[in-house]
Design a protein. Structure first.
Length: 294
């Protein structure tokens, strides 16, 4: 069978058009015809509507495509809202030298000057020449791990911290696992942490302040959650830079570690949540979670 790139469509702006009211909606079928590219529709959803079941579906579709004779790489068309999460999810389990490249668009397919075609061309080229799980977008080809959408409308929308890639995990579905994100702020309390624990969350990601700080009330809630068997991972609302558990005083990062939390040094909340869910799915212990984020 001849060599080809598998192109998987999942929806998003790149596969959307605007109705008579100017509202963008995903449409079935991407209408893409390229030499050496085989298109398969996996789903047609806004990426903001994706859940863990959908992430499992995307991952299975990638693996199935790589199992096809002649497949040299995979391109995944995906909405930009949660592209960084889905790309990391595939990356966490990817144990193949062939590339998987995520791309999408900021402008709908019927825009007078769409950015989708150039992004697709760049993604297909990367799928024929690169390695690993990548995001090709706005003239950049970035590693999935550490990626973040940095602008809501600019065509060059993504950046990546280009973090070292750990050893791939053995895949287990994440559907049915609950991991919550709690955004912290001046005057935050433990109500949302307590609610996540009561709702059956296996993990909670704290989007903390600065290098990973909060207050004594939140630290107390974290200690209770950890005692109840909930994994708590600390990241920051600051876009880039390492977190560091150096502050004390009752609500600093050092106090969060003493309460049983683990620091994600570089991954921001969206990707930290995906990694934590994957670790929970494979039955990770506290030690494994700690080593995976440190």
């Amino acid at each position: 069978m001849s060599e080809h790139v598998a192109l998987l469509t999942t929806g998003g702006t790149i596969a959307s058009s605007r109705d008579e009211h100017g509202v963008s909606r995903p449409v079935a079928g991407a209408g893409i015809e390229l030499d050496g590219v085989r298109v398969r529709e996996v789903m047609s959803k806004d990426s903001s509507a994706l859940n863990f079941t959908d992430l499992d579906t995307i991952r299975v579709a990638v693996v199935d495509s790589l199992a096809e004779d002649g497949c040299v790489g995979v391109v995944v068309l995906h909405g930009t809202d949660t592209m960084e999460e889905s790309a990391l999810y595939v990356d966490l389990f990817h144990d193949d030298e062939r590339p998987v490249v995520f791309t999408g668009a900021q402008r709908t397919s019927d825009h007078p000057d769409p950015d989708g075609p150039s992004n697709i061309a760049a993604a297909v080229a990367a799928a024929q020449s690169e390695q690993g799980v990548l995001i090709a977008f706005g003239g950049r080809v970035l590693p999935a791990r550490g990626a973040i959408k940095k602008h809501t409308t600019e065509l060059d929308a993504f950046r990546s911290a280009a973090l070292p890639r750990p050893k791939p995990l053995q895949w287990r579905p994440v559907a049915g696992i609950r991991v919550d994100i709690v955004a912290l702020y001046p005057g935050a309390d433990g109500v949302q942490i307590d609610a996540g624990r009561a709702a059956g969350a296996s993990g909670i990601v704290l989007e903390a302040l600065g290098s990973g700080n909060t207050n004594a009330g939140v630290v107390h809630a974290v200690k209770q959650a950890v005692a109840a068997g909930v994994h708590v991972v600390v990241t920051t609302r600051v876009p880039f830079g390492e977190t560091s558990p150096t502050y004390g005083g009752g609500g600093g990062g050092h106090d969060l570690v003493d309460a049983g939390a683990v620091f994600s040094r570089e991954l921001r909340a969206g990707q930290a949540r995906i990694q934590l869910a994957a670790l929970v799915a494979i039955g990770a212990s506290d030690v494994v979670v700690h080593n995976s984020f440190s």
